[in-house]
Design a protein around this ligand. Structure first.
Ligand code: UD1
Ligand code: UDP
Length: 364
């Protein structure tokens, strides 16, 4: 049987790695497709090297573009590829444009497809990812969920319960597998940081696209930098706008290029706090026990608040929340969401293998 994985953007890679590995135990052929949605070394290839992900068999090279154009390019290229290769199963990850594009093509061609990280909902239709999640889940044959709330959302939407499987979080598999390689001291030295620091990541359109929002964001982040050194590996989106708005004009604000996974997680692990609008980072800080302040009005990952270290903040409340977190100091106790245990990839692989009717290697 042929299992075809579609990846394309930075958050896909740490999610796909444990699934690809888990499936090697089964009698399947795997084809790894990279759509080319992300293409800078630090947004893409470095993850393959650091996480030991096999080189993609195919890169569709779609690159950047407006939502319609980018999604359409992925669809057109995948339609051809699926026609040529006739996969028995397609696997899609997360909520990016490459995910929904693959979902649309697979479902129209009658190819069974599985969605890893199904059922997350922010209920915020101004987020492109929320649209991608809704469409992908509606069409999906196998919905693999990372959290209990996701099962409830899918149930409320009328999804057949037989299609839903609670498998845990493959991104956390990657974190736990590589944790010993997260070297805070080395990462700090590489970036040139001394003493305590806060790590920030910002890339959501809701924060970095509108110039008025950006002006407020810069003021809020400078009020954070008044309290502690801030290092921000800045996503290419919005970089120019933030720089124009004077983001760098603060002696304690260090803006750097995106970091490799190991360097980034090294920095996060040693940080006093994290300020972010990333989905994945809310989850990673939950496991590492680093206080996370999420600069968003909502989150599709509420377990990071109920079980983890996360809280939602606004531009107005951010400086005060940072003050509180720094005053409290390092956390000594926090909870872990169910099944965020390092074995999601194995569970997913078992379900995928069953769906294509193959046994473990050597047992067929
Ligand atoms: C995408 C995802 C978002 C995810 C983020 C993770 C969608 C709709 N959004 O957002 O959910 O959180 O990835 O990082 O799929 N660019 C580069 N180099 C690259 C890639 C992008 O310079 O390698 C620049 C381009 O100017 C591009 C812009 O970043 O236009 C945005 O890239 P795009 O993939 O469209 O969306 P992201 O904001 O990265
Ligand atoms: N990440 C990284 N280097 C960075 C920023 C992020 O390696 O400079 C990793 C981190 O593990 C994060 C993942 O990339 O969880 C995907 O994050 P991103 O914020 O791009 O996407 P999102 O999860 O918001 O969709």
């Amino acid at each position: 049987a042929l299992v075809l994985h579609v990846t394309g953007a930075r958050p896909n890679f740490p999610k796909a790695a444990p699934v690809l590995e888990g499936l090697t135990a089964y009698d399947v052929e795997q084809l790894l497709v990279h759509t080319g949605q992300h293409y800078d070394d630090k947004m893409s290839d470095i993850f393959f090297r650091q996480l030991g992900i096999p080189k993609p068999d195919v890169n569709l090279g779609v690159g950047s573009g407006a939502h319609g154009a980018q999604t359409a390019k992925v669809m057109e290229a995948l339609e051809q590829l699926f026609t040529d290769r006739r996969p028995d199963l397609v696997v899609v990850y997360g909520d990016v444009n490459s995910t929904v594009a693959a979902a649309l093509v697979a479902s129209k061609m009658g190819i069974t497809f599985a969605h890893v990280e199904a059922g997350l909902r922010s209920f915020d239709m101004t987020m492109p990812e929320e649209i991608n999640r809704l469409v992908t889940d509606r069409l999906s044959d196998l919905l693999l969920t990372t959290s209990v709330d996701a099962i409830a959302h899918l149930g409320n939407e009328g999804t057949d319960p037989d299609k839903i499987h609670f498998v845990g979080n493959p991104m956390i598999d990657t974190l736990l597998k590589n944790k010993d390689r997260f070297d805070s001291a080395a990462a700090r030295e590489e970036v040139g940081l001394e003493g305590d620091y806060i790590v920030a990541t910002l890339h959501r359109p809701g924060n970095v696209d509108d110039p008025d929002d950006v002006a407020e964001l810069v003021a809020a982040m400078h009020a954070v930098a008044d309290q502690a050194q801030v290092v921000i590996p800045l996503h290419p989106r919005g970089r120019a706008r933030l720089e124009e708005a004077g983001f760098l004009d603060h002696p304690k604000m260090r803006v750097i290029d995106p970091l490799g996974y190991l360097e980034f997680m090294g920095l996060v692990r040693g940080a006093s706090a994290v300020v972010t609008d990333s989905g994945g980072v809310q989850e990673e800080t939950t496991i590492l026990g680093v206080p996370c302040l999420t600069l968003r009005p909502n989150t599709e990952r509420p377990v990071t608040i109920t079980h983890g270290t996360n809280q939602l903040v606004t531009r107005e409340s951010l400086p005060e929340r940072v003050r509180e977190v720094l005053a409290t100091g390092p956390l000594t106790e926090w909870d872990t969401p169910p099944l965020w245990d390092g074995h999601a990839g194995e569970r997913i692989a078992r379900i995928l293998a069953r769906s294509v009717g193959v046994a473990r290697r050597g047992e067929g």
